[in-house]
Design a protein around this ligand. Structure first.
Ligand SMILES: [Zn+2]
Length: 647
C-alpha cells in the first residue's frame, strides 16, 4: 500500500471536510453548500463509504480527500500529502538520503532469495536426493507445469548446502541470515541452513518477487510439518497472501477471490484453472490482506474446514480482529451481507464450508464444477456467524438462550439496513427460541454499552432509524489507472488522444478525468512533460513529480511494461475507448448517487432539491446515453451496423 493510500485509509473524509464546511448528515452521505462555488441549495456531497466527494452543482467535479485539500488549500499534491499525513499520523518514509541504502539492502535480500529459489528448484528437478520430494508431488498429482511455474524446490538434508552455494556466489552470511535462509548458531560460532530435507515453496510478493519460503516436511518425524521463513524485512506473514501474484488477474476477471488455508490447495487450484485462489499464511485474516485483495475484487470467499475446530478458529479470528482492532479495523456486517472493515473497506465476505474431511485440494481434484458451484453458493458471513456462534450452546436451556443473544446482539446492531436487521433478528429469535422483542432489547443494550465504551463522534450519535438506501457506488480506480498507464507508455501521444476526442465531439482529456489525487497529479506532470520535451517523456514526468509520488509512478510504469503489444492505430483506439468508458462509468456512478440524493430530498420534502437533482439526472442521463452510443459505434458490431445503414 502506498503512503497516500495509507493516509486515505486512516483519515475519515467526513472529519477532514467538516473542518472546512459544515456538513449535514443526509442518509449515508453528508451535504453542504459547495465551498467552491456560490449556491443556495446544497449540492456538495461527501460519500464516506467510498471516501469521495462531489459537487453536483456548477463545479461538476469531485475526487478524494487529496483533491479536496489541494483545491481548498490551493496546494500541490506533495504539500497536501504532507499536511494530511501529519494529520493521519503517517510517517512519510525515511529521509531521502536513507532511502537508497535501505532499498539496496532489501534488493540484496531479494537477490539472495531469488538465487536460493533457483538453487532449490534445480535440486528438486535433478538431484537423486530429491526423489522423496518428487514422489510426494507425484502422489499429490501435481503436474510439472505447476512445479515449474511456482518454482517449487527441494532443500538438501544438509547443514550447509544453501550456505555454501550462496556464499560461493558472493552473498554475505549476515544477508543470508537476514533473508531467513540461515540460522545463527546459539554459541555464535557460525551459521547453518534453516531449511533441510524439505519441499520448498517460494512465497512471493504481489509483484512476483520471492520474499520467503514455506517448507514442507517430507518425513513423518520432521516437525513442524510446515516451516515458514521467519519474520524478515521482506517477509511479514500478516501482510502476505500466498499466490496473489499468480492469482490477481484471475481474481479481477472472475470478480471473486477465494481464500484457502494451504499452499497445496492454491497449487491444485491453478492446475485445474481455478486461478482466483490464494492462501492466508496460517494466521487470522488481517485487514492488510483484505485490503490487498480488494484491489482486485470486493467479493471474497473464505474456504473453511468443515471440522468445527477449524470453523471456530476462524470465527475466533474474526472476533479477535473485532475486539483487538476495534475502530481501526472492525469487520461489521452492513446491508446486503456486505462487510466493511474500518468503515471504508467494504467487502462482500462469504464462507464456503467444505465437506467433512476434505481440503479444497480434494474438492477441486474430484470435481471442478462442484468447486465452482460451492464458491458461487458460499454463505454470507452473517449467516455463518449465526450458525456457528451458537454451535456450542445448549439452546434448550435459559442460560444458552441468553448467551446466544448476548453474543450476536452487537453484530446484528451494526447492520444498517433495518429490513436486513429485522430478518436476522427474526432468525436469531427462532434459533435461540426466544422472542424478537428480547433480541431487540439485547441489541439496544449492546448499543448503550458501546456508547459508553467509546466517545462517539457527533455524527455517530445522530443515528436516526436509517431507511433502506442503495449503497454508494464503489470506487473503481482501475479504469483510470489503465488510461494513465497507456498514456505513460507513450505509444499514443497526448496530442493524438486530444485530436481523436475532438473529432468525436468529446471534451479533451483533463486532470478532472482522474478521481484519484495521485493519478491527477501524475497526469498533470505528464501533460507538462509533453510541453517540455516529447522525446524523454517518462524521465521528464518523473522529474516533475514529488518524491512521494515516485512509487505510484513506478507501479504504473511496471504495469505499462506488461501490456500487450499493439499497433499504433489499435493503441490509440484502445486508449480513447478507455477514456470514454471511464467517463461513462463515472456518469453511471454519478447517476446512482443522484438517484439516491433525489430519494432523500423527496423523503424530506425539499422541493428545491428535488427540482435540482431531477434536472441533473435528466442532463446526465442524456450525456450517458450519448457516450454509450458513441462507444457502441466504435465497436466492430457498431461499425458494421453503421455501414449497412449507409449502404
Ligand atoms: Zn460546486
Amino acid at each position: 500500500m502506498g503512503v497516500a493510500d495509507e493516509v486515505k485509509s486512516r483519515l475519515d473524509i467526513v472529519e477532514v471536510i467538516q473542518g472546512y464546511v459544515p456538513l449535514k448528515k443526509a442518509g449515508r452521505t453528508y451535504k453542504a453548500l459547495c465551498p467552491f462555488h456560490a449556491e443556495k441549495t446544497p449540492s456538495f456531497v461527501v460519500f464516506p463509504e467510498s471516501g469521495t466527494w462531489r459537487c453536483f452543482g456548477a463545479c461538476q467535479t469531485g475526487g478524494d480527500v487529496f483533491s479536496f485539500i489541494q483545491k481548498r488549500e490551493n496546494l500541490d499534491f506533495a504539500d497536501a500529502l504532507r499536511m494530511l499525513a501529519a494529520r493521519a499520523g503517517v510517517a512519510l518514509g525515511p529521509q531521502p538520503d536513507e532511502t537508497p541504502a535501505e532499498e539496496q539492502h532489501l534488493e540484496k535480500l531479494r537477490a539472495a532469495l531469488a538465487a536460493a529459489t533457483t538453487y532449490y528448484h534445480q535440486q528438486l528437478l535433478h538431484y537423486p536426493q530429491a526423489e522423496r520430494a518428487r514422489a510426494h508431488l507425484a502422489k499429490r498429482g501435481l503436474l510439472t507445469e505447476v512445479v515449474t511455474r511456482f518454482q517449487l524446490g527441494y532443500a538438501l538434508d544438509a547443514w550447509d548446502a544453501v550456505l555454501t552455494h550462496l556464499t560461493e556466489r558472493g552473498y554475505a552470511l549476515e544477508d543470508l541470515e537476514a533473508a531467513g535462509l540461515l540460522v545463527k548458531r546459539d554459541d555464535g560460532t557460525g551459521y547453518f541452513d534453516r531449511f533441510r530435507n524439505r519441499l520448498m515453496i517460494p512465497i512471493r510478493d504481489v509483484q512476483g518477487r520471492v520474499i520467503g519460503f514455506g517448507a514442507r516436511a517430507l518425513e513423518d518425524a520432521q516437525q513442524p510439518k510446515y516451516l515458514n521463513s521467519p519474520q524478515t524485512p521482506l517477509f511479514d506473514k500478516s501482510r502476505i497472501l500466498f499466490g496473489l501474484d499468480a492469482a490477481k488477474q484471475a481474481i479481477r476477471a472472475a470478480d471473486v477471490a477465494v481464500i484457502v488455508e494451504g499452499y497445496m490447495d492454491v497449487l491444485a487450484a491453478h492446475q485445474y484453472n481455478q486461478a482466483n485462489v490464494v492462501a492466508s499464511m496460517g494466521t487470522a485474516l488481517t485487514e492488510t490482506q483484505l485490503r490487498q485483495l480488494k484491489r482486485y475484487s470486493s467479493h471474497i470467499v473464505l474456504a473453511l474446514d468443515a471440522d468445527e475446530a477449524g470453523a471456530r478458529a476462524t470465527l475466533r479470528g474474526l472476533e479477535v480482529a473485532r475486539e483487538a482492532l476495534d475502530r481501526e479495523s472492525v469487520p461489521v456486517p452492513t446491508a446486503e451481507g456486505l462487510f466493511r472493515f474500518e468503515g471504508r473497506l467494504k467487502a462482500d465476505l462469504r464462507v464456503l464450508t467444505l465437506p467433512p474431511g476434505q481440503d479444497p485440494d480434494d474438492v477441486i481434484k474430484a470435481d471442478v464444477a462442484q468447486w465452482q458451484k460451492s464458491v458461487a453458493e458460499a454463505e454470507p458471513l452473517v449467516d455463518f456467524y449465526l450458525r456457528t456462534a451458537l454451535a456450542d450452546l445448549d439452546l434448550g436451556a435459559a442460560k444458552g438462550k441468553s448467551e446466544a443473544v448476548r453474543r450476536l446482539a452487537p453484530l446484528l446492531r451494526e447492520i444498517a439496513d433495518p429490513v436486513e436487521r429485522a430478518h436476522y433478528v427474526g432468525r436469531l429469535a427462532r434459533l435461540a427460541q426466544t422472542s424478537e422483542e428480547t433480541v431487540r432489547q439485547a441489541i439496544e443494550r449492546a448499543a448503550r454499552e458501546e456508547g459508553r465504551a467509546r466517545k462517539p463522534a457527533a455524527r455517530r450519535e445522530a443515528s436516526p432509524g436509517p431507511k433502506p438506501q442503495p449503497a454508494p457506488p464503489p470506487q473503481r480506480p482501475v479504469r483510470e489507472d489503465y488510461c494513465l498507464t497507456s498514456l505513460l507508455r507513450g505509444q499514443t501521444p497526448l496530442a493524438r488522444v486530444q485530436s481523436d476526442l475532438y473529432n468525436l465531439k468529446a471534451r479533451p482529456l483533463g486532470a478532472d478525468d482522474f478521481a484519484n489525487g495521485e493519478n491527477r497529479t501524475i497526469f498533470l506532470a505528464l501533460e507538462n512533460a509533453y510541453l517540455d520535451d516529447g522525446g524523454r517523456l517518462v524521465a521528464t514526468t518523473q522529474a516533475r513529480l514529488p518524491e512521494a509520488l515516485q512509487p505510484r509512478l513506478e507501479a504504473l510504469l511496471s504495469l505499462a511494461a506488461t501490456g500487450p503489444a499493439m499497433s499504433d492505430e489499435d493503441a490509440a483506439k484502445d486508449l480513447v475507448d478507455s477514456i470514454l468508458r471511464l467517463r461513462e462509468e463515472r456518469l453511471r456512478h454519478s447517476l446512482t448517487e443522484l438517484q439516491y440524493l433525489l430519494e432523500d430530498a423527496k423523503s424530506s420534502g425539499d422541493s428545491e432539491s428535488i427540482a435540482h437533482f431531477g434536472q441533473l439526472i435528466r442532463s446526465q442521463s442524456a450525456d450517458r446515453d450519448q457516450l454509450q452510443k458513441l462507444l457502441y459505434s466504435r465497436t466492430l458490431q457498431g461499425r458494421r451496423q453503421a455501414m449497412t445503414e449507409t449502404v
